[in-house]
Design a protein around this ligand. Structure first.
Ligand SMILES: *[C@@H]1O[C@H](CO)[C@@H](O)[C@H](O)[C@H]1NC(C)=O
Ligand SMILES: *[C@@H]1O[C@H](CO)[C@@H](O)[C@H](O)[C@H]1NC(C)=O
Ligand SMILES: *[C@@H]1O[C@H](CO)[C@@H](O)[C@H](O)[C@H]1NC(C)=O
Ligand SMILES: *[C@@H]1O[C@H](CO)[C@@H](O)[C@H](O)[C@H]1NC(C)=O
Length: 447
């Protein structure tokens, strides 16, 4: 028993040190970057939950200065609807109008388009997720990279050689480096130092049909994640996964199939900061009816939140979901129902401080972009039940944590804010947080 006395005696000093440490942390966390703390996002020291949108077209459209008002409008409308995260392509590979026309050769117009996108996002306070290559051959993709290597004498079997061939891997690493070290011609800030960028995404929807064991994608993800993180300690990183499980859990996947990716193993790589999920029941279960598709969706979201919470212990962002009017039997109330299922599942998790961060619908267009319509588009300036639902749900999600913080602040601004930060930082349990509050109260430090 006597052994405890020195510890009790030291406890006030511990609190003092803790408080100093908090002050430093607060300064560090006020840097405008989205950070990870435990299984949560934070922004300027506060929990960050937010919905958002996909708009892959931003760079391409901004590369033509006369079209830039479309980009500005996309961000302005997003913010009005509390959509705080935008996901877009930082790639287009091959051909005359590409960002990267051949390995290491870049189109300055296109890069200035991306400069503009980042600058505008910053002006409106939207955080960006930038994806670095495509699994599919839209805008080049892994097929284009493999083609480039073939033209340089490599004997390659198929496009999955993207993940294993040393020449292809070095082309991709060079692209990563070129984008991360790009100095924005408008802001003067290097991309890797720009807090407007929330996260890098290695690849849009990595799949490897030629190795469904998962080893190929696992190895590639590990290598590229380490490479990117060695260059950029500021930004978060995610893989771009759709959320397909590996062979041991393939019954959770659409069609019970495996796709060469593994939601658990890929996201367990320490350099990967958060998990991602895509949801397209209308495509994935195209031969089932709307009710069956919604059942699948509910289970799909539930499984991923559960696994992110208990196995990965990392945040999970639903980076793509949507419903196309092109599918047979479509009506708008089905679309609203699907959006509602996604948003309400996330909100339920978020309001109890869970790991689900938000959802980004596919895809936001603005007026005058008919050639980009793919059936999934949402135009925020055209009133509809879907647009109202998006705004209502996103507003609700983005203030979830703020309500909690404001209440605390009006009671005891400073000490509690510090404790809140401390709690977030450490991922301590709430009861530990309450214990600290009690101690502060006893010491009369609450104001
Ligand atoms: C993955 O990496 C491990 C360890 O380096 C290696 O033994 C294995 O052959 C690799 N597998 C594939 C499919 O690349
Ligand atoms: C998938 O497997 C489950 C059993 O785990 C089965 O009930 C279901 O019919 C299968 N679905 C398909 C599309 O094969
Ligand atoms: C599942 O099978 C259906 C019908 O063959 C197909 O349309 C769909 O693309 C498949 N799902 C996935 C995720 O590949
Ligand atoms: C939309 O489709 C569902 C079936 O999926 C049906 O129950 C509903 O009545 C339809 N709504 C309208 C407005 O047609």
């Amino acid at each position: 028993m006597t052994n405890l006395y020195p510890i009790l005696f030291l406890f006030p000093f511990f609190l003092l040190i803790q408080q100093q440490w908090c002050l430093q942390q607060l300064a560090y966390m006020d840097d405008g970057f989205v950070h990870i703390n435990g299984a949560h996002f934070t922004l300027n020291g506060e929990p960050f939950y937010a919905n958002g949108f996909n708009a892959y077209w931003l760079m391409e459209v901004a590369s033509n200065p006369s079209q830039r008002p479309k980009v500005t409008s996309a961000f302005r409308e997003a913010i009005k609807s509390s959509l705080l995260i935008g996901r877009t392509w930082a790639f287009s590979d091959g051909g005359p109008n590409a960002l990267q026309s051949s390995p290491g050769v870049y189109n300055e117009n296109m890069f200035q388009g991306l400069d503009f996108v980042i600058h505008e996002a910053g002006r409106f306070g939207v955080k960006l997720i930038l994806s670095l290559v495509n699994n599919f051959n839209d805008y080049g993709g892994k097929e284009q990279y493999v083609q480039w290597a073939k033209e340089r004498g490599q004997q390659l079997q198929n496009e999955d050689s993207f993940f294993t061939n040393p020449m292809v891997k070095s082309f991709f690493k060079d692209h990563v480096k070129t984008v991360l070290t790009r100095r924005n011609t408008i802001t003067g800030v290097m991309y890797k130092d720009d807090p407007t960028i929330m996260a890098w995404e290695l690849m849009n929807e990595p799949r490897c049909p030629s190795d469904i064991s998962g080893a190929t994608i696992q190895n590639w993800t590990l290598e590229m994640a380490c490479y990117l993180k060695s260059m950029d300690g500021n930004h978060l990183l995610e893989v771009g996964l759709e959320g397909f499980y590996g062979a041991s859990s393939s019954q959770k996947n659409p069609n019970n199939s495996t796709y060469g990716a593994d939601f658990i193993a890929n996201n367990q790589i320490p350099e990967v900061d958060f998990a991602t999920v895509h949801s397209y029941p209308d495509q994935w279960l195209s031969n089932q009816d709307n009710a069956a598709q919604l059942d699948f969706l509910q289970q799909w979201i539930h499984d991923h939140i559960e696994d992110a919470q208990s196995i990965l212990k990392k945040p999970v962002l639903f980076t793509e979901f949507g419903k196309s009017w092109k599918h047979p039997g479509y009506n708008v109330s089905q679309k609203d129902q699907l959006y509602h299922v996604v948003y309400s599942s996330i909100y339920r998790s978020a309001r109890t401080n869970g790991v689900a961060v938000g959802a980004l619908f596919w895809q936001q267009l603005v007026q005058g972009m008919d050639s980009y319509k793919d059936g999934y588009e949402v135009i925020l300036t055209e009133p509809s039940s879907t647009v109202s639902l998006i705004s209502r749900q996103s507003k609700k999600l983005s203030v979830t944590h703020k309500r909690f913080l404001i209440k605390k602040r009006t009671q005891a601004p400073r000490a509690k804010r510090l404790m809140q930060t401390n709690w977030i930082r450490n991922g301590l349990q709430i009861h530990a947080h309450d214990e600290i509050i009690k101690l502060y109260k006893q010491r009369g430090d609450m104001n």
